[in-house]
Design a protein around this ligand. Structure first.
Ligand code: S3P
Length: 191
């Protein structure tokens, strides 16, 4: 059985995860979608599918402005799904455009995931594919600069959850507890 209960106002709202790179939006989103029996969509994956290239290639071949256009088109296209049917993971820069945030808000509750700078650096050190973050010693400076630049956008959320030192199942459980006031059915999965 899913964690949702009848009549909860969040049932008609998509759950939209925003936040900086490597705050766990995709992993937590997948976990939330499974627990709530909703469809999971990842805007980065939808852009990759639409363009036919991975994110770093899109940036390299077409540039960031083209990526942002594709990202906005994908976000506008989410309106075709029934309201409340989705858990959406967005790219870290998706909410920089006001019109994207408006689309996401129309049927969605905006949930910000945060993590310490240290956690972001640790997590991004393990994975490639983030064209806005250079390798080596400049990465910390880039993270700090981007965070400062974007802070005011991230602040415009309905709920914020810190993910530092937490695994995705625990973060998903916290979000569900915030929204539904219950412990979620874990379906046998440990937190
Ligand atoms: C970006 C974050 C990435 C991806 C692209 C740009 C950003 O997504 O959309 O590289 O501007 O912060 P993640 O937040 O999933 O890494």
């Amino acid at each position: 059985m899913a964690a949702q209960t009848g009549g909860n106002p969040f049932e008609r709202r998509n759950l939209v995860l925003i936040g900086f790179m490597a705050t766990g939006k995709s992993a937590v989103g997948r976990e939330l979608a499974a627990r709530l029996e909703r469809r999971f969509v990842d805007t980065d994956a939808l852009v990759e599918e639409a363009v036919g290239l991975r994110i770093p290639e899109i940036f390299r071949v077409h540039g960031e402005a083209y990526f942002r256009e594709q990202e906005s088109a994908v976000i506008a296209g989410l309106g075709r799904f029934p309201p409340g049917s989705l858990v959406v993971a967005t790219g870290g820069g998706a909410v920089l455009r006001e019109s994207n945030l408006e689309h996401l808000r129309r049927h969605g509750l905006i949930i910000l995931l945060t993590a310490s700078v240290r956690a972001v650096l640790r997590r991004t050190g393990r994975t490639a594919g983030r064209p806005l973050l250079p390798g080596g010693g400049n990465r910390r400076r880039a993270v700090l600069a981007l965070l400062q630049e974007r802070e005011h956008c991230y602040r415009r959320c309905d709920l914020a959850v810190d993910t530092t030192n937490k695994r995705p199942p625990r973060v998903a459980a916290e979000i569900i507890r915030h929204l539904y006031g219950t412990r979620p059915e874990t379906g046998g999965k440990a937190e």
